[in-house]
Ligand binder design. Structure first.
Ligand code: UD1
Length: 372
């Protein structure tokens, strides 16, 4: 008999792709989702992109009754419901902590009474803070951070104690977390709480640390979403992408389809139990490169990105994934290159309308002193 899987946040960007991946493999899929306005717009109806075979339960992960109802007949759970904006988390502290941390607590209490064969939780690379760096002598170390005074004078790169420039290096799961935002703190809390309660109650649990995910179904009108969707929304409205710092900061952009692949493997791989895994592409790109590539695939090369020279509080400079462990243990192999992924995204974007609320979101950060 086919197994039934519940995805919290299953009507969202990543959840909807995961649902397709699981349905294709013969699983039954349920989704618990509150269809939040910031992601799904004012009408908050079932999104068109959500596979019609998904049984959607509209409700909040903080509501114990809804969670209990959603868990009925379920063999495995993906906990992917969360608020996701790094900048926004620095002023909506209560809301982020409530949805992310307490929401996880409510789910876990429900799971104690209704144990499942596997729990997979969406963690984030943001828990690392800065990635690893190599110094002039070739020594690779964690623990480098940026100083606000340096940032205020536009010194974006990390330096060692002698003032020598450091070179970013792929970050493995063993790097000690360094939590630079309320969002990162909440993701670490989710990850640890799931692994801890999972172990205590024999619910095999896996934490996946997602790097910068992009792809179709990403909420374009949500100004707190990932940089690629924000740039797409700006360009589609004829506006220049706004870049923080000098745009040379590096991230690991990974296709949502590869995220769906890794998520399924986490469910199906026994050796993954009680472990955390990086899910990225293993490649690093600068934010400027992303702006240029996005403009190119949208045919908007004439719109040049604006470099703001401002620092967004909570941001790190460079982090990209070492995916060795994920390849070895999960058998994960990233399949979609950034070039392919962007072309697919552009095709999807042709049929989309995006309300550009980015200037408003930027202003919200500025008035609170969260860009310097
Ligand atoms: C993102 C995700 C987070 C996820 C993490 C995993 C969102 C909102 N955040 O955080 O949920 O856990 O990846 O890696 O999806 N930038 C600009 N201009 C903009 C917006 C952003 O220059 O208009 C810059 C930022 O300053 C940052 C970089 O782009 O340097 C990436 O920002 P963002 O897309 O928000 O991603 P993360 O903060 O890495």
């Amino acid at each position: 008999m086919s197994k039934t899987v519940l995805i919290t946040g299953g009507a969202g960007f990543i959840g909807s792709h995961l649902a397709n991946e699981l349905l294709e493999r013969g699983y039954n899929v349920k989704a618990l989702d509150n269809l939040s306005e910031q992601v799904h717009g004012k009408n908050c109806t079932r999104p068109d992109y959500l596979n019609e075979e998904v049984e959607l339960i509209v409700g909040d992960v903080r509501d114990p009754e809804k969670v209990k109802q959603a868990l009925k007949g379920v063999d495995a759970v993906y906990h992917y419901a969360a608020m996701v904006g790094v900048g926004q988390s620095m002023y909506q502290i209560n809301e982020y902590t409530d949805v992310n941390n307490r929401g996880t607590a409510v789910l876990l209490e429900a799971l104690i009474n209704n144990p499942v064969e596997k729990l997979v939780v969406a963690s984030s690379m943001s828990i690392y803070g800065e990635g690893l760096y190599r110094d002039k002598a070739g020594k690779i170390s964690p623990g480098y951070e940026r100083d606000l005074n340096h940032l205020k004078s536009g010194n974006w790169e990390l330096m060692d104690a002698n003032g020598d420039l450091l070179t970013p290096y792929p970050t493995p799961e063993t790097k000690t977390p360094s939590l630079a935002s309320v969002y990162a703190l909440s993701k670490y809390d989710q990850e640890r709480m799931c692994l801890m309660i999972g172990k205590a109650y024999n619910i095999p649990t896996v934490a996946l640390r997602f790097f910068n995910v992009y792809g179709t179904n990403q909420a374009l009108s949500n100004p707190y979403t990932g940089v690629l969707a924000i740039f797409a929304s700006r360009l589609l409205n004829g506006n220049a992408p706004m870049i923080f710092e000098d745009g040379r900061q590096q991230r690991d952009f990974v296709s949502v389809q590869d995220i769906a692949q890794a998520s399924r493997l986490a469910l199906e791989t026994k050796a993954a139990e009680y472990e955390s895994f990086n899910v990225g592409s293993g490649n690093a790109y600068t934010v400027v490169e992303i702006a240029e590539k996005m403009a190119r695939v949208l045919g908007k090369e004439h719109i040049e990105a604006e470099i703001s020279g401002k620092y967004r509080v909570g941001d790190i400079r460079h982090c990209f994934a070492d995916i060795t462990k994920t390849k070895e243990v999960l058998g994960y192999q990233p399949r979609i290159s950034l070039e392919e992924g962007l072309v697919e995204l552009a095709t999807w974007l042709e049929g989309q309308t995006a309300e550009d609320k980015v200037a408003h979101a930027k202003n919200e950060l500025m008035t609170r002193g969260l860009t310097v």
